[in-house]
Design a protein around this ligand. Structure first.
Ligand code: B3K
Ligand code: ZN
Length: 876
């Protein structure tokens, strides 16, 4: 740990670069054995940091760069004039201004970490964020050094007819030996992390978009020839995003071409390289037969997210990686607004809150807890977290609520105008909000600096005599690594009061039925006058702040909120709270009798199933019990088996009692329509499949699931049915046949097979680990492909908690062994997968001891990567 700590990067050590690169000229000669990268950097001293002492110029690089030659102003540099240490290049006596040329050889085919230039199947592609560019050539690989790029790519014309980079093509040449070259120029200065290169045999789907000022932009999606028919949804999503960003944020696209390339091997969803977005195939390709509704929506959201980065990230970029949430939090907020506008805002909000509570709250309560603006990191790739992204987006959302839509828009206009072409900080963003609105955001800034999930406890007092209702709010925030005694946050709490019929009270003399209460102090009260009877407060409507809120509702009050509140989030949350209460009851109640809360939950569900006017998507969400990962979110004493058993017992008991209603709803929602990924249809399928999930606990389920599996013409229904069959102990034979049929039907479709791998790895059946081991030997499994790793290892360790947490520790040993393998192949992916083990403190013995032992053994590995060490060492 000591060694690792000494390599930590600290925000307080940030210094402006002493050198700038005005122009970057690159030439890639892509060969089978190696690629030659020639780089000519037009460097000059930064006038802002001028000091008389001549300090060396340090360029970032890596041990994978095989340096062939180095020259300054076309003169070869003697060995005494530079040094190469740990991959970093030092030029001892740099002059004021010069052109540095380096020639290096690299081997993209050996780059299994998929960071820098690498090969995915038959193509070359790149991923440079955050620090991958240094694996390509020596450079000032930091986001505040922005340069104009010229990129020439030379390659065999037959194997690589398509050669792409950022910007516009400015020259094409036919060369000897069947090679050709294309040169690209990107007119916008950019940091190296936004550089991209692609070479391959790719088909292209092309369309056009006319911007608000009348410029025609060519939109191109590059995929393998066989996938050309699966690009329509991504293209439509792109056009919708472009229009939406013009109308909602006044942001117009700025180049003549916008390209998306789909690659199979990719560490995450997609990357916003200037003018040349590179996407995981899973985030582009869509066809109803092989793509689920969730993926259709995901593709729309990711295409939008990457496109929106063109302004929030590219035109205005980050000064350093501590500012990562400046672009990510803001862009997630923007894509969430977009998805809400394209689909159902309530459903989108609930999905986001559910994700935040399950993943970000857990991260914030764990050993990797960090502020949205972290103070230090060992490996920046470990900080592409739910905290930076999702909590960061929640903070922007709170700014939006505090300023109101109009002021917020003026503030973003100011931010973009003021900082166009610059690399800036989170502080610059907040200042634009402050300057526009005149609101003092001093206290609000704590959201960026203090980690941990605030807890808000609310109590109430009602006086019948004075007709006065008072709410008292108290906030606290648990200690997190390196942070104790936190200051109170500014917490915006949207609230309303309902009477016992579920009607809204007027809250003030103006007649508002909802207010935004600003909690500023540790303890603060608010009173409401003329309230004729004890009201039921609906607190934190729309989840107006990322906090845990406690209020002692009676079970009946929760039932009323779930049925009557005007806010969809509150209705859903009331169901969640009721379910949590059932789980909190002592387990001996189960198997014997039902508890009162279960009765209320049952009645609530019964009513929901009879509602005819409600959005089926919302009904589906309300019917879903909190998932096991969320039920594991406790400080200590987590017993995975007990939780699983209770959840199963509750589901089965609800299913049994709701039987006839569930069946009726299933049939009512199962009407045939030609598939469309429209939110109205998605809601219907979601309700149908949620109901089917319950029906699997009844006699009828297996038959229905099998029927659905055979007859469905879309992947949403087919995969839901398969999941139901695979998870049901009474349908072992059907499950086997369905699994085989699915494989036979889709073995040629990589993305469909990922679903197949995922469903089996997440199966609750007892022998799943044995099956997982078999899957790892399947001819289609490839440990170098991150999607496959996520579908099998990730799904088993992250979603299949009952099998991962086997008492004998086999699940932990399994993960440990695969982390060791991934440590050599792809440490970034390894560091993500190891997270479940780091939560060992929560669990009862022997789980905690066995999990810790696995981490301990990992920490002792001689060549543990920075990525994995940081996560492992912090957790011990
Ligand atoms: N900016 C990229 C993420 C890069 C992750 C590097 N480890 C995708 C996105 O957030 O849009
Ligand atoms: Zn992003």
């Amino acid at each position: 740990m000591k060694d690792a700590l000494s390599e930590m990067v600290h925000l307080e050590d940030y210094r402006e670069s002493e050198f700038l690169i005005d122009k970057t000229e690159l030439c890639f000669d892509l060969g089978d054995a190696f690629t030659v990268v020639t780089s000519k950097l037009h460097i000059r001293r930064n006038p802002k940091t001028f000091n008389c002492l001549v300090s060396p110029l340090f360029l970032d690089g890596s041990l994978d760069l095989d340096l062939e030659s180095i020259s300054i102003d076309a003169v070869l540099l003697p060995k005494t004039a530079y040094s190469l240490e740990g991959g970093r290049l030092a030029i001892f006596e740099p002059s004021e201004q010069f052109v540095l040329q380096t020639i290096v050889n690299i081997k993209p085919q050996d780059n299994t970490a998929l960071n820098g230039l690498y090969r995915s199947r038959d193509m070359f592609c790149s991923q440079c964020e955050a620090e991958g560019f240094r694996n390509i050539t020596f450079y000032l690989d930091r986001p505040d050094v922005m340069s104009i790029f010229f990129t020439k790519i030379i390659a065999d014309k037959k194997k690589y007819p398509v050669l792409l980079s950022n910007g516009n093509p400015i020259n094409r040449e036919e060369l000897d030996n069947g090679t050709h070259s294309i040169t690209w120029q990107d007119p916008f200065p950019k940091p190296s992390y936004l550089f991209a290169l692609v070479a391959g045999k790719l088909g292209c789907v092309e369309d056009r978009f006319v911007t608000s000022s009348g410029r025609s932009v060519s939109l191109q999606i590059y995929v393998e020839e066989k996938d050309l028919g699966k690009c329509e949804h991504a293209m439509n999503s792109l056009k919708k995003s472009m229009r939406w960003d013009e109308t909602t944020y006044g942001r117009e696209y700025d180049l003549d071409i916008f390209m998306i390339v789909a690659v199979d091997d990719f560490n995450m969803g997609a990357m916003e390289n200037k003018g040349l977005n590179i996407f995981n195939t899973s985030a582009v390709l869509a066809d109803p037969k092989i793509t689920t509704d969730a993926s259709f929506q995901n593709i729309e959201a990711i295409v939008a997210h990457e496109y929106f980065h063109n302004w929030s990230g590219n035109r205005v970029t980050c000064r350093d990686w501590f500012q990562l949430s400046l672009k990510e939090g803001f862009t997630v907020f923007r894509d969430a607004q977009f998805s809400a506008d394209m689909n159902s805002p309530t459903v989108k909000r609930i999905q986001d809150v559910s994700f935040l509570r399950t993943h970000q709250f857990a991260e914030d309560a764990g050993t990797m807890s960090h502020p949205v603006q972290p103070n230090s990191y060992l490996e920046i790739n470990n900080f592409y977290t739910v905290t930076i992204y999702e909590k960061g987006a929640e903070i922007v959302g709170m700014l939006h609520s505090l300023l109101g839509a109009e002021q917020f828009r003026s503030a973003t206009d100011l931010y973009f105008d003021r900082h166009d072409g610059e690399a800036v900080t989170i502080e610059d963003f907040v200042r634009a909000m402050e300057d526009t609105s005149g609101i003092n955001l001093e206290q609000f800034r704590l959201w960026y600096k203090q980690s941990g999930t605030p807890i808000v406890s609310v109590s109430s007092e009602y006086s019948e005599n004075s007709q006065r209702f008072m709410l008292t709010f108290e906030q606290s925030c648990p200690d997190t690594p390196g942070q104790f005694d936190k200051k109170p946050f500014l917490i915006p709490i949207r609230l309303g009061l309902l009477n016992s019929n579920g009607e809204s009270h007027r809250l003030n003399t103006v007649g508002d039925k909802e207010i935004m209460f600003k909690l500023l102090d540790k303890k603060q009260s608010v009173a409401f006058e003329n309230i004729s009877s004890r009201p039921i407060p609906a607190l934190l409507r729309g989840f107006s702040a990322p906090v845990k809120l406690n209020y002692q509702y009676s079970d009946e009050e929760l039932a009323l909120l779930s049925a009557k509140d005007t806010d969809g989030f509150i209705r859903w949350d009331a169901c969640q709270q009721l379910a949590f209460r059932v789980f909190r009851e002592p387990s001996n109640l189960f198997g014997r009798d039902t508890c009162p809360q279960e009765e209320i939950l049952l009645t609530t569900y019964e009513q929901l199933l009879s509602e005819e006017d409600m959005d089926p998507a919302l009904v589906a969400l309300m019917l879903q019990l909190p998932g096991e990962p969320l039920l594991h979110d406790k400080k200590n004493g987590v017993d995975p088996e007990a939780i699983h058993r209770r959840r199963e017992t509750l589901r089965s008991s609800l299913a049994e009692k709701l039987g006839a209603k569930l069946e009726a709803v299933y049939h009512a929602q199962n009407s045939y329509q030609t598939y469309e990924p429209a939110s109205s249809q998605i809601g219907v399928r979601s309700l149908k499949n949620t109901v089917l999930d319950y029906l699997m606990y009844t006699e009828l389920g297996v038959e229905l699931a099998w029927q659905q599996f055979k007859e469905s013409d879309n992947m949403t229904d087919q995969s839901s049915a398969l999941r139901c069959l695979v998870n049901c102990s009474r349908s072992v034979n059907y499950a086997r046949i369905a699994t085989e049929r699915f494989e036979c039907q889709w073995k040629h479709e990589t993305l469909a097979m990922n679903i197949w791998f995922q469903i089996q790895s997440a199966s609750f059946q007892k022998n799943t680990l044995v099956r997982v081991e078999e899957l790892l030997k399947h001819s289609l499994f490839d440990i170098r492909n991150p999607n496959k790793v996520r579908s099998v290892i990730g799904s088993f360790c992250g979603n299949n908690l009952i099998n991962f947490h086997k008492q004998n520790g086999t699940g932990y040993d399994f993960l440990e062994n695969h982390i060791k393998i991934l440590n050599d192949i792809n440490p970034q992916i390894g560091a993500r997968l190891v997270v479940p083990l780091t939560r060992w403190r929560r669990y009862i013995a022997p789980h905690s001891r066995l999990m810790r032992r696995a981490l301990q053994r990992l920490s002792e590995l001689p060549d543990l990567s920075k990525d994995i060490s940081e996560v492992v060492l912090k957790s011990l």
